[in-house]
Each structure stands twice: as C-alpha cells, then as structure tokens.
Design a binder for this molecule. Structure first.
Ligand code: CP3
Length: 352
C-alpha cells in the first residue's frame, strides 16, 4: 500500500493549498529550479560526467535537488531527473548532447513500438528512487517533495522525432493519421508512467506533477484523445494503486482549453503558461481549481521594475489559498540569480 501524505505533510504550504486551502503563506517553487543557471549545479554536473550520469547517481542527484533550497526560501523540492528516463527504461537509446539537447533512438513503426518493454521500468529506474530516499530526510519540515513524469504525448514526440523538434511534425502526423502504432505507444507510456509514479510515491515524494509541455500541438479532437485521455488514465491508474497524494497537471499552452483540462481530469491543481491572462485566470479558473504559475521566465533575466510589477500583478489578483507561485515554464539557463531573490522577496512583500 502506498503511503498517504496527509498526516506528516500538514503545515507544508504546498500540500495545504492542494488539499484544503489552509496554507498561511503562498506556496512558491519554480520549474527547473535545479539546473545550469546555478554554478553549484554546473560543478556537480562536471563531477558526475554527463547529464544522465547525474540523473542516475543517487548521491549527486540528491545534492542537486537540494541546491536551490539552500539558496532560496522555497516551499518545494522537485526530484532531479528527466521525463526522458521513461523511454530509456523502455529500451530506447538516450543521450544528451551539449547545446543540442536530448537524442533518442526513434520509434516510428508497429514493430518498434512492440519491442518497447513496459516490464521492469521501476527496477531500471531504481537509482531515481534511491535519490528520493536520499533527499527526503534532508528536507526542512515546511518543504514538500514533488515527483514527476512527462505526459505520454510530450514523451512520444521525443521518441518519434528522435529529440527536440521545432514543429513535432512526424509526431503530429502519426496522431492525425490515427496510426495504430501511435495508439499503442501512448498506451505503453501510460502503463510505464503509472508504475514510475507509484514507485516515486512509495519512495517518499508527496506531490506529483505531470508535464505535457507540447500539449498545445494538439487540436481539439486529438487533444481529447492524446492529451486528456492518457493523463486521465495515469491519474486513475495511480489512484487504483492506492496513491492519494495531490497531482498537478501542467499542459503548457492550452489557453482556454485549460478549462476542459481541469474538467476532464481530477487534478488538485493545474500549472498554466505565461501567456494566459491573469484576469481570465482570476475570473474563470481559480474558483474551479488551484492554479500554479505563471510568471514569464524571461523576467528573471531582466529583473527590476518589470519583474516587480509582474509579480504584483499575479499576487494581487490570485488569492493565496488558490494559487501556487511559479513560472509559466522552466527557469532559463541565463537567469540572473539576484532576480530570483527579487522575485521571492516581492511575492512575500505583496502578500504582506
Ligand atoms: O529542477 C527540476 O525541474 C527537476 C528536473 C527536471 C529536468 N527536466 C532536469 C533537466 C525536470 C522536471 C525536467 C522536465 C523535462 N525534461 C521536460 C518537461 C518540462 C519542460 O521543460 O518543458 C522536458 C520537455 C524535458 C526534456 C529535456 N531535458 C530537454 C528538451 C532537455 C534539453 C534542453 C535543456 O534545457 O538543456 C533536457 C535537459 C535537462 N533536464 C537539463 C536539466 C537540468 C539540462 C541538462 C544539463 O545539465 O546539461
């Protein structure tokens, strides 16, 4: 049986906002908070070797998970790993090439999808669970621990394209043509993701986030089938396995489609992109669901008055018991660390 977050996690602002709105401060963390903008990350990454060596080294991965918490007053740690370890566990070759991003061996036919395994995922990823166990005892009592996986559509785009692609054309084509191998690929990713998330919770994470970074690729009909449906199956799947921790859905770029996203799937919060207007969120979304976001990450490059005004705009319109302060996407490599302190100070100041 999987452990519950409720008793030990009370008093953590992130868990409280996600469960009963009893938080006494606005929870704040940011996507990709452990990463290359931190010099201490770059140092550990060098010691580890490659990015993947770091992901599979439970001591060093725990160290980098904790690095942002040492610098900043944050309400959550996010497990250091990547969404692409799932395709690797399923049998794809994976590498990260400096300045080029991920390279995945391609999957574009029924035979190639059939060859992917869904057994033994958790065993393959056991170093990640060791990382979770190493991090957990090091966290301050007010800090929540977030685990994650990629959503099937986003992960599938990397598997079909062989890495990052500007338009995800081949993946979209497979979805629009209704290729049977594509449906099977999505199903297999659902199965593997359920096992992976359950194992993360068993190891000690207290909140889960599902990243569908390329959700906006999909028009209505395909969005229902390849964004909402597989994510709903993952959430139902982990619930059936006894997982009762809160789940945050992050489908970047859905715009007004965020309403359907939170209607269709039982999340405890959804993350939203920077382009979603705050007034619209305040009017249409926060009464339905807790919202996470959505400061533009470039404001952490620019800082100053623009940053302060944008923080004020978000904080003043979204109530703290319905909002998790975060960015609309991951923090950028070129971020100026001073601006992160400015951002956090501004959130606390405007909340009084
Ligand atoms: O701090 C955290 O948020 C936790 C760790 C984390 C990473 N990737 C570490 C990482 C998380 C949650 C992710 C999610 C992830 N990975 C997503 C979804 C979120 C998003 O950003 O849209 C995606 C699409 C990936 C796939 C991925 N990983 C790409 C496309 C790249 C290359 C681009 C880049 O930023 O270099 C990565 C590499 C990666 N994942 C790095 C980190 C810290 C940089 C690798 C390095 O150290 O060289």
């Amino acid at each position: 049986m999987v452990s519950s977050s409720s008793s030990s996690s009370h008093g953590k602002a992130l868990i409280d906002v996600l469960t009963d709105g009893s938080n006494t401060r606005r929870p704040l963390w940011f996507m990709r908070q452990a990463g290359r903008y931190l010099e201490e990350y770059r140092k550990v990454r060098k010691t580890a070797g490659s990015f993947l060596d770091l992901c599979y080294n439970p001591e060093l991965a725990a160290e980098v998970t904790l690095q942002p918490l040492k610098r900043f007053d944050l309400d959550a740690a996010i497990l250091f790993s990547d969404i692409l370890v799932i395709p690797q566990a399923m049998g794809c070759d994976l590498g990260f090439v400096q300045n080029e991003g991920p390279k995945v061996s391609t999957v574009r036919s029924l035979r190639e999808v059939e060859e992917l395994r869904t057994e033994g995922i958790v065993e393959f990823l056991s170093p990640v669970m060791e990382t979770v166990k190493n991090v957990k005892p090091e966290l301050d009592s007010h800090v929540a621990f977030i685990g994650f996986c990629g959503a099937p559509w986003t992960v599938a785009t990397y598997m079909i394209e062989g890495g990052t692609s500007s338009d995800r054309f081949l993946a979209k084509k497979a979805a629009f043509d209704g290729e049977p191998w594509f449906d099977l690929l999505i199903d297999k990713l659902v199965t593997s993701s359920i096992d992976y998330l359950v194992a993360q919770v068993e190891a000690g994470v207290e909140v889960l986030q599902i990243f569908d970074s390329w959700a906006s690729d999909l028009p209505d009909l395909q969005r229902e089938k390849y964004c909402y449906e597989p994510i709903a199956k993952i959430v139902e799947g982990i619930r059936k396995r006894g997982v009762n921790v809160p789940v945050i859905g992050f489908a970047k770029g859905l715009g007004a489609g965020q309403l359907d996203f939170c209607d269709r799937i039982s999340f405890q919060a959804i993350g939203v992109e920077s382009s979603l207007p705050i007034d619209w969120i305040a009017r249409e979304l926060v009464d339905k669901i807790v919202v996470q976001g959505n400061l533009d990450p470039v404001l952490l490059d620019t800082g100053g008055k623009g940053l302060r005004e944008s923080v004020r705009h978000i904080v003043s319109k979204l109530p703290m018991n319905r909002h998790i302060f975060n960015l609309g996407h991951g923090v950028r490599q070129t971020t100026n660390i001073d601006h992160i302190y400015q951002m956090i100070d501004a959130v606390r100041e405007f909340d009084g």
